[in-house]
Design a protein around this ligand. Structure first.
Ligand SMILES: O=P(O)(O)OC[C@@H](O)[C@@H](O)c1c[nH]c2ccccc12
Length: 271
């Protein structure tokens, strides 16, 4: 069983919802990321979604775009991100790591080379935003050959046919984007999310993570009542941005926020 499937199975048995923080690798500097990942796990993160910096991040809102710019300014590239995961794995063999990124840097490395290097570094899966499920893409085959999970995005606009198509190729979990637009958007409609999740679950037998627009403990609690995982990006990355000049404070402040989210989720799912 994959590390991701194992994590969801373990939490499911306890009737708990997973907490998935997103951070951009190398933001605000390369040294911060690995210690930050460990602190997030200690504070209650169940899986880490690690963003690979890319110069044209079409799906990302301003907060994550600025994080990407900080990381790129420090020269952080795909190889460096893999290296961070390798170092993270020296002390953590349990927590799944999913890389979130865009196709271009992967194509430059080569699909097969990327998949092999990701596997070897200890990556568990990838969410490649600009690879749609209908393209029987080489990358998909390459990742599958290395037993890496493939995470796909579903949106409020995804119809039954698209949900079915994604169900045929996805593994690990599927990511439901709870609001239209880019990351960091507002207006979380939990009832709308619940209705769409029922439609997804009728067609896909995988855990469903929900992200986009979850900005505090209250949002996390409400979403955790309906989702298998709560994904939080911009609210964390915004805190990192505020501490960009005092990076030594980042792990502690982010861990404090993660602990708050964790507690809200556990209280809500046991309610
Ligand atoms: O930032 P938000 O609104 O909390 O949403 C999570 C999101 O940032 C993270 O999962 C993510 C970052 N970049 C992405 C690109 C596509 C889909 C998802 C993402």
């Amino acid at each position: 069983m994959s590390r991701i499937a194992g994590m969801f199975q373990r939490l499911g048995a306890e009737d708990r919802t997973a907490l998935i923080p997103f951070v951009t690798a190398g933001d605000p500097s390369p040294e911060v990321t690995v210690p930050l990942m460990h602190r997030m796990v200690a504070a209650g993160a169940d899986l880490i979604e690690l963003g690979v910096p890319f110069s044209d991040p079409i799906a990302d809102g301003p907060v994550i775009q600025r994080a990407t710019e900080r990381a790129l300014a420090r020269g952080v590239r795909l190889r460096d991100v893999l290296d961070m995961v390798r170092r993270f794995r020296e002390q953590d063999s349990e927590t799944p790591v999913v890389l979130m990124g865009y196709l271009n840097p992967i194509e430059i490395m080569g699909h097969g080379a990327f998949a092999a290097a990701a596997r070897e570094a200890g990556v568990d899966g990838a969410l490649v935003v600009d690879v749609p499920p209908e393209e029987g893409h080489d990358l998909v085959e390459a990742l599958r050959a290395e037993n890496l999970d493939l995470v796909y995005l579903l949106a409020p606009t995804s119809d039954g046919e698209r949900i079915r198509r994604i169900g045929a190729v996805a593994s690990g979990f599927v990511y439901y984007v709870s609001v239209k637009g880019v990351t960091g958007a507002g207006n979380l409609d939990v009832e709308g999310v619940a209705a769409k999740l029922a439609e997804i679950r009728a067609r896909i037998d995988l855990p469903v993570g929900v992200g986009f627009g979850i900005k505090d403990a209250d949002d996390a609690a409400r979403v955790s009542a309906v989702a298998d995982a709560v994904i939080v990006g911009s609210a964390i990355v915004g805190r990192i941005e505020q501490l960009a000049d005092t990076p030594e404070q980042i792990p502690e402040v982010v861990a404090g926020f993660i602990a708050e989210l964790r507690q809200a989720i556990d209280t809500a799912s046991h309610a």
